[in-house]
Design a protein. Sequence first.
Length: 266
Amino acid sequence: MNAALFPDLVVNGETVPHAVVAAEAQNHDAPTGKPGIAWRKAANAVAVRTLLLQEARTRQITAEPAEVAPGRFETEEEALIRGLLETEVEVATPSEEAVQAEWSRDPSRFRAPPLWEVSHVLIACDPRDKEETEAVKARADQVLGAVTANPRKFGHIAEEHSDCGSKSSGGALGQLGPGDTVPEFEKVLRGLESGAITNEPVLTRHGWHIIRMDAAEEGAELPYHTVKPRIAEAMEKAAWAKGARAFVAELAAKAEIKGADLKPVQ
């Protein structure tokens, strides 16, 4: 991305280096050939972060970096922003009546995790190697063609062609639930009905897969007393996020910002 094509980001007189916005742009999706969209999203995100850091320093907020995962700590800037928001944004614990009303809107939303009985054929490759990935895709297409022509031979085809240890059991992976496989594989499982086979090879970090959903069982609906803590937590988080957005909007209304407009980017 050629940063020279994009305007400087200036927040209350503080010029943000192009490199900072360019680095943030890597975290934002944009249509192919339209890098300006990713840049605008990044400029908005960096402008908000800069506003919050400026306010934290003005208020002389102090906060020690917290451990956010085993062995991984916040940066000093992340800690400052957290400290500011903890000071500014307060939300009340939702009442029993509010939680029950949220549950009553649609109790079927709250279910036990689904279970999937899955088989697959893996044609292994390293997706970071584009040339290898394309070459292996051709082989995966051939294998899918064989499966489509004779679905009953799925197990035999897996035994012959799969690069996964499951080939010894005809590609069967057994029962899987959420979190048991990589996200890109699980995303496909959530859209497959019992007996269905993916109509295109599916790329994950392990290579190309032809996936068959042998059986899918939707999780049972959970009773109110079981999901009450989860609903209350979600409501509290939503209220906190709303409060944080209102606080940012208040800061933005008083700020002078060039190179970002803080509006949603389509």
